[in-house]
Design a protein around this ligand. Structure first.
Ligand code: RFL
Ligand code: PHB
Length: 390
């Protein structure tokens, strides 16, 4: 098989790039190791920045988002029983975010790829990039016991944190920056009325909690948990009890509980691999960088990479100009690091870090007091949360 752009990974990054390029007449093949059902079964992000929404419009997949996505103009921070609203719209001069699940984004992308006859090969095993630094790169993969090969101009690694792309770059060509946090997030989805119309990020002596949602009838809640915990340690009753204890009384009092329909634990990590290009292999999204989910930046950072990469590939195919491709890594990383900083800051502000002791707790309290009293601090939080421009 032959294509122009070979994409490893059929998550949101890979599918979005494939869709955008196809609309401009550039041919792509997407190789995804899992089944479509598996990919669509993963519950992940829920908050989309303006940039991501714009890309979805450009990709022609925003119809359902416009109908079903909920515009959020603010969110709450709870600390020590107090609730404080961050009015993003007022603080940024009109910006907001949209709550629309990553699962729905991925579903919309798959439907669009199907409609346009895009090639997405599922259950492609042992995907391997070859001749990355030569002039005839290609990919091999196994499907149903047969090995296949795809010749391409460029290979794009959109295969997430555990994918093969980043590992295909020699160790001495990559610089890794990493922080692993000493806790995880336990998340549940439940068919209950969300406790609040806006998200609540809660800091408490018992640890962090987040009240989020997917729709008026579908709630998504998280609590900070130990890295040793398993979902079996957290029957629904324990989860609801713990969540209530971490929320201001008034919020806990109106929390509707019910059976969970999904429950999972995610470790928290900050990670960046530099550079995001090696020869004709380009990394994008979680393949190159990971943030802790506290600032809702993971999917949105992936979208920014796709924007830069799409523009650079179009410059190449449309104008024969490779300057965009040469600048991709530096340009993408400049924004990646800002999202890293914000996610790290918000994580540090709101989680319980026992090893930081009483001094660390006072720093958190003081930072929150400052935030509540200073419009300048609120503007900084709001402009980062709605997303820095591409
Ligand atoms: P993905 O989604 O991991 O997709 C990668 C795809 O590549 C496939 N793959 C391979 N395919 C072929 N060969 C291989 N060797 C392969 N190895 C892997 C995988 O099967 C998969 O389909 O990466 P992508 O596309 O870069 O997208 C990134 C986002 O998924 C991620 O950043 C966000 O989900 C992070 N995130 C959030 N981001 C936000 O912007 N806002 C949020 O509110 C938000 N909340 C979250 C989150 C992530 C979470 N978890 C569980 C990590 C909440 C949670 C709990
Ligand atoms: C979610 O709804 O899954 C969600 C929302 C905000 C975050 C992280 C996750 O910061």
């Amino acid at each position: 098989m032959k294509t122009q752009v070979g994409i490893i990974g059929g998550g949101p990054s890979g599918l979005l790039l494939s869709q955008l390029l196809h609309l401009e007449g550039v041919d792509t093949v997407v190789l995804e190791q899992r089944s479509r059902d598996y990919v669509l079964g993963r519950i992940r992000a829920g908050v989309l920045e303006k940039g991501m929404v714009g890309l979805m419009r450009r990709a022609g997949i925003a119809d359902r988002l416009e109908r079903e996505g909920e515009v959020h103009k603010g969110f709450d921070i709870a600390s020590d029983g107090r609730l404080f609203n961050i009015d993003m719209e007022a603080l940024t001069g009109g910006d907001s975010v949209v709550v629309y699940g990553q699962t729905e984004v991925t579903r919309d992308l798959y439907e669009a790829r199907d409609r346009m006859g895009g090639i997405v090969i599922h259950e492609a095993l042992d995907v391997t990039p070859h001749d990355i630094t030569g002039d005839a790169p290609y990919l091999t993969y196994a499907k149903d016991g047969v090995t296949h090969s795809v010749d391409c101009d460029y290979i794009i690694g959109c295969d997430g944190f555990h994918g093969v792309s980043r590992r295909s770059i020699p160790e001495d060509k990559l610089r890794i920056f990493e922080r692993v946090y000493p806790f995880g997030w336990l998340g549940i989805l439940s068919r209950t009325t969300p406790v609040s119309g806006e998200l609540i990020y809660a800091r408490s002596a018992r640890g962090f909690a987040l009240c989020s949602l997917r729709s008026r009838v579908l709630s998504r809640y998280y609590v900070q948990c130990s890295l040793d915990d398993t979902v079996e340690d957290w029957p629904d009753d324990r989860f609801w009890d713990e969540l209530k204890r971490r929320l201001p009384e008034e919020v806990a009092g109106r929390l509707e509980t019910g059976p969970s329909i999904e429950k999972s634990i995610a470790p928290l990590r900050s990670f960046v691999a530099e550079p995001m290009r090696y020869g004709n292999l380009f990394l994008a999204g979680d393949a190159a960088h990971i943030v802790p989910p506290t600032g809702a930046k993971g999917l949105n950072s992936a979208a920014a990479d796709i924007h830069y990469l799409f523009e650079a590939l179009m410059q190449h195919y449309r104008d024969g100009d490779d300057r965009g491709l040469a600048a991709y890594s530096d340009k993408a990383l400049a924004r990646v690091w800002k999202a890293q900083r914000f996610s790290w800051w918000m994580t540090t502000l709101l989680h319980d870090f026992p090893e930081n002791g009483a001094f660390g707790q006072r720093m958190q309290q003081t930072e929150i007091d400052y935030l509540m009293a200073s419009r300048a601090a609120q503007v900084s939080l709001a402009e980062n949360y709605v997303g820095l421009p591409f």
